[in-house]
Design a protein around this ligand. Sequence first.
Ligand code: PRP
Ligand code: URA
Length: 207
Amino acid sequence: METIEFEHPVARSILTKLRDRQTPPDEFRKLSYRLGFMLAVEATRNLGTLPLPVETPMEKTFGEECAEYPILLPVMRAGLGLLAPFQELLPESPVAFIAMKRDEKTGEAEWLYDSIQNLQGRDIIILDPMLATAGTARSVIDYVLDKGAESITLISVVAAPEGIYRLRNYDKLTFITVSVDRELDENWFILPGLGDFGDRLYKGNQH
Ligand code: PRP
Ligand code: URA
């Protein structure tokens, strides 16, 4: 596995606002979008291109076009918060879905749904902003490899060192995160973290 800690002052300042418990859901969603767009640029840095002839107002020349678009795979719920910005950058990319839920007591991830077909030879970008124990990520990566994926990029916002360690043996994996946080607590939540990403996107304001 290659690990990339996405180093950017704007990304760090967005993450600080995401961490802030006072940030309301609508703001949290907007910030996720902005950060997601930055991560999409980083994740597609090495996409292959083909030469493309183009005629400018001045003369004919050669430009480039992307050779093949990666398949986007958001892990529901929280991964949906990153889907729109990735689609904004990669409108041609197919999207598959997967839903998993961690058991609050055991921390084990349970499989709920997926729409994944044959992935033979394809590059996959998995969207899941939180990497805690890596139970969810490992299930998804194993499944995607089993379906024939050629390469996998896992996009995270906040990751625990324990989870990163458990991904170390996947040689087809590039792992991108904005922050490697300190540790997991006794309920497998990331510290300092930002709480439950899915809840903060979708639970609304509880009064
Ligand atoms: C969260 C998060 C990851 C997972 C990470 O999802 O979005 O998918 O936990 O934890 P892990 O690394 O220990 O597996 P959750 O299962 O809470 O579902 P949600 O996205 O619906 O909130
Ligand atoms: N999932 C979250 O949303 N937050 C955590 O801290 C851990 C898993």
